[in-house]
Design a protein around this ligand. Structure first.
Ligand SMILES: C[S@@+](CC[C@H](N)C(=O)[O-])C[C@H]1O[C@@H](n2cnc3c(N)ncnc32)[C@H](O)[C@@H]1O
Length: 173
């Protein structure tokens, strides 16, 4: 359902910018050749883990990690993302087809802990409200934060590269 298309250099940069300062575990759901996992590890997100169905891509990702001297530091699993538990994950990255994103929203909402951040490349999650949007066109990336009552933030992606300020918390007043 979701073909392999590697994230562009800019897309990877945008993903990392939206995860800056968040040094907990990162999981890339559908990790392809592992480029985002490797880049995240280099930026200090530890552990950085990829889940990928295609065994050839898992092998390629491991080869890239080995060539980068990170073989023992990053982790690639040949696994169906729908069977992966996200309960201990604070940073999730996805670059999937729009057709699967409605179903993915349900899984993210059911499993992610409070405070987790989801970063989605190229296609936004259909009903969640982004807290930040970076990039243009095919390189655009959306960030979402999970709060106690589910994901929240402020709607309306900006027309150009921009951070969307978080919506005020009505309970904070
Ligand atoms: C658009 S590519 C993105 C690859 C990588 N995340 C990147 O940004 O470079 C989507 C990937 O998801 C993988 N995929 C699709 N369905 C999957 C599933 N159910 N479980 C794990 N991986 C899956 C595909 O094989 C493909 O490599």
């Amino acid at each position: 359902q979701v073909p392999y298309v590697g994230a562009s250099v800019r897309q990877v940069e945008h993903v990392l910018s939206l995860l800056r300062g968040r040094y907990e575990k990162l999981e890339d759901l559908g990790s392809g050749d592992g480029r985002i996992v490797l880049a995240a590890h280099r930026c200090g997100l530890r552990p950085a883990v990829g889940y990928e169905l295609n065994p050839w891509l898992v092998g390629l990702a491991r080869l890239h990690a080995w060539r980068a001297g990170c073989a023992g530091s990053v982790c690639y699993h040949r696994e169906d993302l729908w069977k992966v538990s996200l309960r201990d994950c604070h940073n999730v990255c996805v670059f999937l087809a729009p057709s699967v994103l409605p179903l993915l929203e349900g899984k993210l909402q059911a499993e992610l802990p409070e405070g987790a951040r989801v970063v989605s490349g190229r296609f936004p999650l259909p009903t969640w409200q982004p807290v930040a949007v970076v990039g243009e066109g095919l390189d655009r990336v959306w960030a979402y934060d999970v709060h106690g009552g589910g994901p929240g933030g402020q709607a309306a992606p900006a027309p150009s590269s921009a951070l969307v300020p978080r919506a005020p918390d009505p309970q904070a007043a």
